[in-house]
Design a protein around this ligand. Structure first.
Ligand SMILES: [Fe+2]
Length: 206
């Protein structure tokens, strides 16, 4: 039997920081909705990797459309994991204007914090899934990129530093259709020390 058998490790969901259940303007119910989806993505990722290992490529019944389905589902699940881990990790702070190295990047590449914030907010209102403020290593600067789904990654070689979830589950319970109010609440809960830790950890040149 010809298979795609390979070794992989099952992963477990990261625990939710208690601070995330006490955000301003983003309810406990909403955070729990994200977390439940995140747990589902982890389970799905483990399940699909297991299924891929037993796909029989030589079987007459095996079609590449089935493999396509599994591989697409895998990217969706892995995207959901990575995006939510960023999201959870950098919330729980006091928001305000970014300081430190990320603040310097924002001011250098957008001219002002207000211009960066307006661009990120517009990107979040325009998208269907995510908006990321990412450092693009090829351009050598920050951009606010848009992704319509968990498995939509707009560019390679960019490191997301702010991950704004704009799927409906992120705001509908708290703000109904007023996504702009949710984006303000998201920004008010960012922990800049976490973001600055990423900027330093990745050695992003300022
Ligand atoms: Fe989410």
């Amino acid at each position: 039997m010809t298979t795609l058998a390979f070794q992989f490790e099952e992963i477990a969901p990261r625990e939710l920081k208690p601070a995330l259940l006490e955000l301003d303007g983003i309810s406990r119910e909403t955070v729990e909705a994200h977390y439940k989806l995140y747990q589902g993505y982890v389970a799905k990722r483990n399940e699909i990797l297991g299924k891929l290992a037993s796909v029989d490529l030589a079987s007459a019944n095996q079609t590449y459309s089935e493999l396509r389905e599994l591989k697409l589902e895998l990217t969706f699940a892995v995207g959901g994991i990575k995006n939510h881990e960023l999201y959870f990790e950098h919330l729980g702070g006091a928001g305000g204007d970014p300081d430190g190295p990320f603040g310097s990047l924002v001011r250098r590449d957008f001219g002002s914090v207000d211009a960066w914030r307006a661009d990120l907010k517009a990107t979040g209102l325009a998208g269907r899934g995510w908006a990321w403020s990412a450092y693009d290593w090829d351009e050598g600067r920050l951009f606010n990129y848009l992704g319509d789904a968990q498995n939509t990654f707009p560019v390679w070689n960019a490191t997301p530093l702010v991950a704004l979830d704009v799927y409906e589950h992120a705001y509908f319970l708290d703000y109904r259709t007023d996504r702009a109010l949710y984006i303000d609440a998201f920004l008010d809960n960012l922990d800049w020390s976490v973001v600055n830790g990423w900027v330093s950890g990745y050695a992003i040149p300022i």
